[in-house]
Design a protein around this ligand. Sequence first.
Ligand SMILES: [Zn+2]
Length: 315
Amino acid sequence: MSSRKKRTLSRREFGALAVAGAVSLTAGSPANAGNSKRPGWIDAHVHVWTPDTKRYPLDKNFTVKDMQPKSFTPEELFAHCKPSGVERVVLIQMSFYRFDNSYMLDMIAKYPGVFSGVGIVDHRRNDVSCKMKQLAEKGVRGFRIHSHGDDAKNWVDDEGMANLWKAAREQNPAVCPLINPQDVKYIDALCQKFPGTKVVIDHFARIGLSGKFEKGPLDALCRLARFPTTYVKTSAFYALGKKKAPYLDLIPLIKRVYEAYGPQRLMWASDCPYQVQGNYSYDPAIALIRDRIDFLSEADRQEMLRGTAERLFFA
Ligand SMILES: [Zn+2]
């Protein structure tokens, strides 16, 4: 081989090969070596927005009254998360902006290396795959799908949803469903149809939102772990069970998903700004995983508070 051909792969080329399965993106590989050396924890789920609705207009279905709190910018977030040792954050596109991901993208660009993003695309568009590619170039590593009422059952045979899941499998971002407990079976059906697509379930599929940890949906969520590319966010503690710090009543729920998925497929997240409203605050949420669970080893905590999210969203 001539020396000209032995040049080092650029980051983009390396990424393309990794997507094609030609090389693996493991810790310490050239593509993520910079990130893996970053100190601090990762919060895998935060929404940001700005009161500047002139520059970043809301979707027509929302008004400024829906913005509670009025403002939650990266700077406001940092005041909560940095004292707890959180240095990187996965931003989740806020519903106020619907398919206009521009505020999130601008914040990713403003703070290089700090944020990754989960965007929202209109799966009914013919060019959804193209749109996903464009967003990936700007730091988007996942796509949120959000069930309203009982529409998740329609996802299973929906052509647009099929296009989104197939494009995600080809391009490698995660599909991130925000669903209700009874919807887990539809995600299971989609995983059967599109094996290999990465799936990150938000907030334990909201099991515990009613105050009760429904057995059927929890069993279904744990069965979903048989697909090796499924992950769960252990998150939104303020909203689940007794909804009260220090959230010790959530430990059995965390233990069930830990036994099903293992720490390499779980990631902690706050769901700010909601975790910091009213009487709620940031540190008790991370402290549950960091300090309060006996069955987690130090290595498990490293995975749930950094490693898993780093491989999925910062590689
Ligand atoms: Zn959220």
